[in-house]
Design a protein around this ligand. Structure first.
Ligand code: CA
Length: 247
C-alpha cells in the first residue's frame, strides 16, 4: 500500500467541522486521499471498510469517546495503523497518555499544517522503512531469551511458539533493553531514548510498560527473572534468568 504513485489514504477524526474541512483540503492538496469522521463511531465505520489507512489523525476531544480510548480500542482490536493524536491541552501528561494508548505521535493544537505534514511523512517513512526491513533487506536483529523469540525486523514475537503482537512502543522498549543487556537503565534514560521525553518528571510510564513486558514474557510476572527492578534506579534486562527481584 505504500507504493509510489498510488495515493495513500488518511483518516481524520475531528469534530470541529472547520478544522476538519481545512485539514482535508490541505492534505488532499498534498496528494493524500482523505476521509473525515466527526465522531469515534464514524471513525469505526470508516475503519470497518476494506481500505488500509496509511495513518489516522485523531483528535482527543470527540463528542462520543475520547481519542485516547478510541486509540486503545484500535490497538486492542489489533489495528496498528499509525496514529497522530491532536489535542488542545499541552500538558505533558496528555502526551504520555496518548503514547500509552498506543498513539505513535502527538501534536498540540493549534499547530501549523506543515508541522502535521512533517509528522505524517515521518510516520509513513518509518513504516516504509520497516517494510523494507521486513523484506529482509535491512540488518537482521533477533533476540532470544527464555521461551521468547523476537525478530525486530519483521516485528514477529513468539513465546513458546505462540505469536504475540506488541505495540510499537513496547517493541522499542524491548529493543532498547535488548541492546543494553545486564545493565541498569534508569527511567530517565529509558524515557529519553524510547519515548523521546527529556527531563520528564515523576512518571509511571516506564513502570507500566515494564509490567506489560513482564506479563508477556516472564514465566511468573510476579517473580520476574528477566526484567528486574533496581531499587531507586530503574530496570535491568537479563536475557539469562537472574535471581527473582522483589518487585
Ligand atoms: Ca474536538
Amino acid at each position: 500500500m505504500s507504493g509510489s504513485g498510488e495515493s495513500e489514504r488518511l483518516l481524520v477524526v475531528e469534530d470541529e467541522t472547520h478544522l476538519a474541512a481545512g485539514l482535508k483540503l490541505n492534505l488532499e492538496m498534498e496528494g493524500f486521499l482523505v476521509d473525515v469522521a466527526e465522531t469515534a463511531r464514524g471513525a469505526a465505520q470508516f475503519l470497518a471498510r476494506p481500505y488500509a489507512y496509511a495513518a489516522i489523525v485523531l483528535d482527543v476531544m470527540l463528542p462520543d469517546l475520547d481519542g485516547f480510548d478510541l486509540c486503545k480500542k484500535l490497538r486492542v482490536a489489533g489495528n496498528y495503523t499509525p496514529v497522530i493524536m491532536l489535542t488542545a491541552r499541552s500538558a505533558p501528561d496528555d502526551r504520555v497518555r496518548g503514547l500509552e494508548a498506543g498513539a505513535d505521535d502527538y501534536l498540540v493544537k493549534p499547530f501549523e499544517l506543515r508541522e502535521l505534514l512533517a509528522r505524517i511523512r515521518s510516520l509513513l517513512r518509518r513504516r516504509r522503512w520497516e517494510d523494507v526491513e521486513a523484506q529482509g533487506i535491512g540488518t537482521s536483529a533477533t533476540l532470544r531469551f527464555g521461551a521468547t523469540l523476537v525478530d525486530f525486523d519483521s516485528q514477529k514475537v513468539t513465546v513458546g511458539g505462540k505469536a504475540l503482537r506488541l505495540t510499537r512502543l513496547e517493541l522499542e522498549l524491548l529493543r532498547y533493553f535488548a541492546e543494553h543487556p545486564d545493565r541498569v537503565l534508569d527511567r530517565d534514560e529509558l524515557l529519553e531514548n524510547v519515548w523521546h521525553l527529556r527531563n520528564y518528571p515523576n512518571t509511571r510510564t516506564v513502570d507500566n510498560f515494564v509490567l506489560r513486558l513482564r506479563k508477556y514474557f516472564e514465566p511468573d510476572p510476579s517473580r520476574p527473572v528477566h526484567f528486574l527492578a533496581v531499587r531507586g534506579s530503574g530496570y535491568r534486562f537479563c536475557p539469562v534468568p537472574a535471581q527473582p527481584s522483589d518487585s
